[in-house]
Design a protein around this ligand. Structure first.
Ligand SMILES: Cc1cc2nc3c(=O)[nH]c(=O)nc-3n(C[C@H](O)[C@H](O)[C@H](O)COP(=O)(O)OP(=O)(O)OC[C@H]3O[C@@H](n4cnc5c(N)ncnc54)[C@H](O)[C@@H]3O)c2cc1C
Length: 373
C-alpha cells in the first residue's frame, strides 16, 4: 500500500464511531481517512427514552464530524447513492463522486414495513428508524399534549422489544403531561417479546395493560383508512398515527454492489469483516451478514465489531494478519419501560425494576460519553 491509500468509512454507525475516534492508527499506517454520513449518529439505546421525554435530541445524538476531524480525518456530510466497484468510486446524493482504495460500510438498517393497504399515501406513518424520526413524532405529540383538544390515537405495530419499549414510552410521554394517550399495540406473535422467557412476556403485558395499553396479540393489521386500522379478524382500532416496529432489514444499497448478499440479512462478510469476494470492502453492523454465524440486528454487535474492524483495516494497510470476529450468543439487553423501571434480559434470565433502569442509564451514558470527550 502506498501513502495515498484512501479509506472511506460510509455511515456514522456504532463501529465507525470507534474507527473514526481512532483514525490516527490508520493515518500512522499510511492512509487518509474520510467519514461520510448524511448527519449525526443517533443512538438507538436511548431512542425510546427520547420519545418518552426523558432525553433530548442532543442527549441522543453525536456529531461525527468533530470525532473524525479531531483524529486527523475528514468528514463529508452526504449520502452514497451508488457504488462503482470497478472504478472504486462512490456516487453521492449532493457532491462529486469520491474515489476510495478501501471502503467500510456501516449503513445500519431500515424497518421492514409490512404491506398494509392504505398506508402508502397515508400521513402519520412512523417507522421506528431512522431514530431522528422519533424526535419529530415526540415534538408533534407534545404540541397535542399541550393543547386541551382531544389527543391523537396511536397504534404501535410490532410486539418485539422495540414495539414494547416504544409503546411504554409513548404512555410515559402522555403521563408527563398528566394525560393518557389511547394506544394499541398489535402483534402477529402470540406473546410480547416472543424470544424472551414466557414469564417476562406475561409480566410485561400485565404491567403495560395496567398502565392503559391495549394489546392485541396474534393479530395483523391489513388495512388503514381514515384513521381506522383494520386487523385480519375484522376488528377496527382508531389510530391517527401508526408507529412501525416490525423488525429491521438491510438497506437497499447493499443489493446494488453485485456482491453476495441477502435482501433482509445484509452484505455477506467473512469473520475478518470484509465482503466475501472483495476484500477492499468491509461491512459491519446491521448492513452486514456474517453468513457462518449470523447475529441479530442490534447495536451491541456493531460495538463489539468495532475493535476488529479497526485492527483489520490497519492489517490491510500493513499486510499483517486479520483478526476473526465471533459474535457472542448471549448478551444483556435492558428495555426502558418509561416509568423509571427497566426490564433486563440475559438468556433465560430476566429481572425488572428501578435497578435495571439505573444500570441501563449508566451503560448508555458511558457509551455516549466516550465519544463526546
Ligand atoms: C427504537 C429502537 C430501539 C433500539 N434499541 C436498541 C438497544 O437498546 N440496543 C441495541 O443493541 N439495539 C437497539 N436497536 C437496534 C439498533 O438500532 C440497530 O441495531 C443499530 O442502530 C445498528 O447500528 P449500526 O451501527 O449498524 O448502524 P446505525 O447506528 O443505524 O448507523 C448507520 C449510519 O449509516 C448512515 N447511512 C445510511 N445509509 C447511508 C448512505 N447511503 N450513505 C451514507 N451514510 C448512510 C446513517 O445515516 C447512520 O449514520 C434499536 C432499534 C430501534 C429502532
Amino acid at each position: 500500500m502506498t501513502e495515498t491509500t484512501h479509506i472511506v468509512l460510509v455511515g456514522a454507525g456504532h463501529a465507525h464511531l470507534h474507527v473514526a475516534a481512532n483514525a490516527t492508527q490508520l493515518i500512522d499506517a499510511g492512509a487518509r481517512v474520510t467519514l461520510l454520513s448524511p448527519g449525526n449518529f443517533w443512538y438507538s439505546g436511548m431512542a425510546s427514552g427520547m420519545l418518552g421525554g426523558e432525553y433530548s435530541g442532543n442527549d441522543d445524538s453525536l456529531e461525527p464530524a468533530t470525532l473524525i476531524e479531531h483524529a486527523g480525518g475528514r468528514f463529508i456530510a452526504d449520502r452514497v447513492v451508488a457504488i462503482d466497484r470497478e472504478q472504486r468510486l462512490l456516487h453521492l446524493a449532493k457532491g462529486a463522486p469520491l474515489s476510495y482504495d478501501l471502503l467500510s460500510l456501516n449503513l445500519g438498517s431500515r424497518v421492514d414495513v409490512p404491506s398494509i393497504s392504505g398506508i402508502e399515501d397515508a400521513k402519520g406513518i412512523w417507522p421506528a428508524k431512522p431514530i431522528e424520526g422519533l424526535l419529530r413524532l415526540r415534538e408533534l405529540l407534545e404540541s397535542a399534549l399541550a393543547d386541551p383538544a382531544p389527543l391523537p390515537r396511536l397504534a404501535v405495530i410490532g410486539g418485539g422489544p422495540t414495539g414494547a419499549e416504544l409503546a411504554a414510552n409513548l404512555l410515559a410521554l402522555s403521563e408527563r403531561y398528566g394525560r393518557k394517550f389511547d394506544i394499541s399495540l398489535i402483534s402477529a406473535s402470540k406473546r410480547l417479546l416472543e424470544h424472551a422467557p414466557r414469564s417476562a412476556s406475561v409480566w410485561l403485558a400485565r404491567r403495560l395493560r395496567r398502565r392503559g395499553l391495549r394489546i392485541e396479540m396474534s393479530a395483523s393489521a391489513v388495512s388503514y383508512d381514515n384513521g381506522q386500522l383494520t386487523l385480519d379478524d375484522g376488528m377496527q382500532l382508531p389510530a391517527d398515527h401508526l408507529i412501525m416496529a416490525t423488525g429491521l432489514v438491510a438497506p437497499l444499497l447493499i443489493g446494488e454492489l453485485d456482491l453476495e448478499h441477502h435482501p433482509h440479512h445484509g452484505l455477506a462478510i467473512t469473520s475478518a469483516l470484509h465482503t466475501l469476494y472483495d476484500d477492499r470492502i468491509f461491512a459491519v453492523g446491521d448492513c452486514a451478514w456474517l453468513k457462518d454465524s449470523p447475529y441479530p440486528k442490534l447495536g451491541i454487535f456493531g460495538v463489539r465489531q468495532a475493535p476488529f474492524l479497526l485492527h483489520n483495516l490497519v492489517a490491510h494497510l500493513r499486510n499483517t494478519p486479520f483478526e476473526a470476529f465471533q459474535p457472542q450468543h448471549r448478551y444483556l439487553s435492558i428495555l426502558n419501560l418509561g416509568d423509571g423501571r427497566g426490564m433486563a434480559l440475559w438468556g433465560r434470565f430476566w429481572w425488572a425494576g428501578r435497578l435495571a433502569m439505573k444500570a441501563k442509564r449508566r451503560l448508555d451514558h458511558d457509551f455516549m460519553q466516550q465519544y463526546r470527550a
